[in-house]
Design a protein around this ligand. Structure first.
Ligand SMILES: Cc1cc2nc3c(=O)[nH]c(=O)nc-3n(C[C@H](O)[C@H](O)[C@H](O)COP(=O)(O)O)c2cc1C
Ligand SMILES: O=C(O)C(=O)c1ccccc1
Length: 385
C-alpha cells in the first residue's frame, strides 16, 4: 500500500467522476450509525457502552476539540512522512489497532479479519487476550506486520507465563499488560442486558487452547463449557497485583513490555524505573471508571515523565486530526479502538481498512494543509482553545 495516505481521497473523487459512490460512510458518526443497524443489540451495548453515565467516555472525545493546530504556510510540505520507530520496528504510520476483546462476537472471525487488515495496511495490531481465535492464528494472519500481545495477567501465574511464552513463540514483538481491568467496571448498559460476552463462553480461545488452563479444568472433574466459563471467571482478575509484580513481569520475557492504563506521571516513572519498556496512556475508553479525566489531558504529564521512552495512547480518538493532536502532545503511536470495531461490524475487513485509510488520509492531508512535513514538526503546534 502507498504511504501517500492522502491519495485515498483522490481515489474516492475519481470513482465519483465515474458515478461510483463510496459504499461505506466517510465519517465516524456515519460508520457508528451503520454499525449500530447491523449489530446484535447486546454486542452493540457492550462495544458502545462505558462506565456509569458514560461521562468520562464523552469527555475523552470532547477534550480533543479544545486542542487546535496552528497552520504554517509556505513550508513545502509536498511530501509528508507519517512513519515512526517503535521498540525496534520501523512502521509506515503512527496508528495501531488497540486491543479489543470481542472482535469475534462482533463479526465471524473478527480477530482474524482485524489481523488481515493489519497485514494489508502495515498497521500493528495489539491482539487481546480475549479473542475467538488463538493468539498463534491471529499472529499468523497478520503476516509481515509486527504486532503485540495484550495480556490480562490471570491470577494463576503458570497460566500467565504460558500465555506470554506462547506469544513469544508465535512471533509477537512485545507484550502489553493491561492494569485497569482486574475488576469489571460498573456498566449500566451491560447490566441492563445482564450480558458479558465472556460469561456466554465467547472470546475464550486463548484459555481453551492452553495446557495449563485445560489441566486446571480437568482437575475440577467436569470439563464442560459452563465449567470452563466459571474457571475463566475465577482466574481472570488478579486483585493482588502490585508494583512488586513488575519484577515478575520482567522475569517472564525478554520481549519489550508496555503497561496499559497508566495516566499519572508518578505511575509512569515507577513503571520505567521497574524495567518496563514503554507506557500506554489510556483510560480504557471510559469503560472502566466514570468520573475520570479525559485521557488526552493526561498525556502531556505522561510524556514528560516518560523522558523519551515510547508512549502509546488511546481513548477518544475519532479522526485523523485527533491522532495528530495526540502526536503533537508527544505520543509515539496512537491506538484506534471503537472506530475500527464499527468498521468491522459494518463491513468486515474492508470496513476496517476503510476506517484506517480514512483516518490516515485525513491526518496526511491536514499535515499538508497546515504545513507539517513529519510528526516531529508537529510537537508544540497545539493551542488550547
Ligand atoms: C469492545 C471493547 C473491548 C475491549 N477489550 C479490551 C481488551 O481486551 N483489552 C484491553 O486492554 N483493552 C480493551 N479495550 C479497550 C481498548 O483497548 C481501548 O483502550 C479503548 O477502546 C479506547 O477507547 P475508544 O475506543 O473510545 O477510543 C476494549 C474496548 C472496547 C470498545
Ligand atoms: O470490555 C472491556 O473493555 C474489557 O477489556 C473487559 C475484559 C474482561 C472483562 C470485562 C471487560
Amino acid at each position: 500500500m502507498s504511504t501517500n495516505y492522502g491519495d485515498y481521497q483522490l481515489g474516492i473523487y475519481m470513482n465519483g467522476a465515474r458515478g461510483v459512490l463510496p459504499d461505506l460512510p466517510m465519517s465516524f458518526a456515519g460508520m457508528e450509525e451503520l454499525a449500530e443497524s447491523r449489530m446484535d443489540p447486546r454486542i452493540l451495548g457492550y462495544v458502545a457502552g462505558g462506565a456509569g453515565n458514560e461521562h468520562t467516555q464523552r469527555v475523552n472525545v470532547a477534550a480533543f476539540e479544545r486542542l487546535g493546530i496552528m497552520p504554517r504556510m509556505l513550508v513545502g510540505a509536498a511530501q509528508r512522512s507519517l512513519g515512526i520507530d517503535l521498540l525496534g520496528d520501523r512502521l509506515p504510520s503512527p496508528l495501531f489497532f488497540a486491543p479489543v476483546g470481542v472482535l469475534g462476537a462482533v463479526a465471524d472471525d473478527g480477530d482474524l479479519a482485524t489481523a488481515a487488515a493489519s497485514a494489508e495496511l502495515g498497521i500493528p495490531m495489539v491482539a487481546s487476550t480475549l479473542s475467538s481465535a488463538p493468539l498463534e492464528q491471529v499472529r499468523a494472519a497478520a503476516g509481515e506486520t509486527p504486532g503485540f500481545f495484550q495480556l490480562y495477567p490471570p491470577a494463576d501465574r503458570e497460566l500467565a507465563e504460558n500465555l506470554v511464552h506462547r506469544a513469544e513463540a508465535a512471533g509477537y514483538s512485545g507484550i502489553v499488560i493491561t492494569l485497569d481491568t482486574w475488576v469489571n467496571g460498573w456498566r449500566p448498559r451491560d447490566l441492563s442486558a445482564a450480558y458479558l460476552p465472556m460469561l456466554s463462553g465467547q472470546c475464550l480461545a486463548n484459555y481453551l487452547t492452553d495446557d495449563r488452563f485445560r489441566k486446571l479444568l480437568a482437575d475440577q472433574g467436569s470439563p464442560d463449557p459452563a465449567a470452563a466459563v466459571m474457571l475463566w471467571a475465577s482466574l481472570f482478575g488478579n486483585p493482588t497485583m502490585t508494583w512488586e509484580d513488575l519484577e515478575w513481569f520482567r522475569s517472564m520475557t525478554s520481549l519489550p513490555i508496555i503497561l496499559k492504563g497508566i495516566c499519572s506521571p508518578e505511575d509512569t516513572r515507577r513503571a520505567l524505573d521497574g524495567g518496563m519498556d514503554g507506557i500506554y496512556c489510556s483510560n480504557h475508553g471510559g469503560r472502566q471508571a466514570n468520573g475520570g479525566i479525559p485521557a488526552i489531558d493526561c498525556l502531556p504529564g505522561v510524556v514528560e515523565a516518560a523522558d523519551g521512552a515510547p508512549v502509546l495512547f488511546d481513548s477518544g480518538v475519532r479522526s485523523g486530526v485527533d491522532a495528530l493532536r495526540a502526536l503533537a502532545l508527544g505520543a509515539t503511536a496512537v491506538g484506534i479502538g471503537r472506530p475500527y470495531v464499527y468498521g468491522l461490524a459494518a463491513g468486515g475487513q474492508a470496513g476496517i481498512t476503510h476506517v484506517m485509510r480514512s483516518l490516515l488520509a485525513e491526518a496526511d492531508l491536514t499535515m499538508a494543509v497546515n504545513g507539517y512535513p513529519d510528526l516531529a514538526s508537529l510537537r508544540g503546534s497545539l493551542h488550547r482553545l
